[in-house]
Design a protein around this ligand. Structure first.
Ligand code: PAF
Length: 282
């Protein structure tokens, strides 16, 4: 596995191989969720003739952090990331420094994806999805992938990127990987490393609460009541603030009142100074 820092080095590394490029964008501090996306990409590479190249990008993108403290405390460990990426089947890590990605600083052209980016995370993290859409578009231009892989843990992010790809005609085929969970249900996330041990024990209440909301909604309980029950269950379990629990159409992310195919329950809440998000299907 090679580690490259610039688009030039990357294109040399990719051109030495034939076949498609399979991109897994990450901000590092890899966990089993990332590893499963890299394995998905490696499987697609191995089934293709000629095989092609799995590229994992590793870049903590400042323009998607609306809170500078959140950016400062974001965990980083490139050696650990190299090990996990290699074991999962990555061929090339593209880990550019800030000045390569944003050569003229952070006051840069930004992409705004209307509607799907504006609710939920969009309301609570102003500018977050503009930063995500912008960096993903830049990575698509720098890496020129044929396929790109994203985790469903960030359900709204998946919808934002899918709309951007449609709206701007990016010739990239998107693939989404299911959320990987710890044994107690907590969704794998780089931020879990920031949970103190006593807080970590309480954190699975988020997944329990939204799973219960999904079940109650499918059994006919009104959506808004399922949402407030779930928020209360999280607060009772030790979460300090619930940003939202939302029962939505999984594609448009609009709130819904009656069960239809493709419903998701989305939530974001704070515990021990860490903000966690999760979602489940109904
Ligand atoms: O999901 C992430 O880790 C990031 O939002 C992404 C897609 C790598 C863009 O920085």
């Amino acid at each position: 596995m090679q580690v490259v820092r610039t688009p030039d080095e990357l294109s040399k590394a990719v051109l030495n191989r034939k076949g498609p490029v399979f991109l897994v964008p990450t901000m590092g501090y890899l966990h089993k969720g990332h590893a499963s996306l890299i394995r998905m990409a490696a499987k697609d590479r191995d089934e293709n003739k000629p095989k092609g190249t799995v590229v994992m990008s590793l870049f903590v993108n400042p323009t998607q952090f609306n809170d500078p403290q959140d950016l400062d405390k974001y965990p980083r460990d490139e050696e650990h990331d190299k090990r996990i990426a290699q074991e999962a089947g990555c061929d090339v890590i593209f880990a550019p420094p800030l000045e390569v990605v944003y050569p003229s600083g952070l006051q840069t052209t930004r992409i705004h994806v209307p509607k799907v980016s504006e609710r939920w995370e969009g309301e609570h993290r102003p500018g977050h999805f503009d930063g995500v859409a912008t960096i993903v578009a830049k990575l698509f231009h720098m890496v020129l992938p044929d396929y790109a892989y994203f985790g469903e843990k960030d359900w709204q992010q998946c919808r934002v990127i899918a709309k951007m790809v449609d709206d701007l005609n990016f010739p990239v085929y998107l693939k989404f990987g299911e959320t990987v969970r710890e044994d107690d249900g907590l969704a794998m996330s780089s931020r879990n490393a920031l949970l103190r041990p006593e807080v970590r024990l309480k954190a699975p209440a988020l997944h329990r609460a939204i799973s219960q909301a999904a079940k109650a909604f499918s059994e006919g309980r009104p959506a808004r009541i399922c949402e407030s029950d779930a928020a209360q269950a999280m607060l009772d379990a030790g979460f300090t603030k619930v940003d939202y629990v939302a029962i939505v159409d999984g594609m448009t992310l609009d709130p819904i009142d009656s069960p239809v195919p493709g419903v998701r329950v989305l939530a974001a809440a704070h515990i021990g100074g860490v903000r966690l998000i999760d979602n489940v299907a109904v």
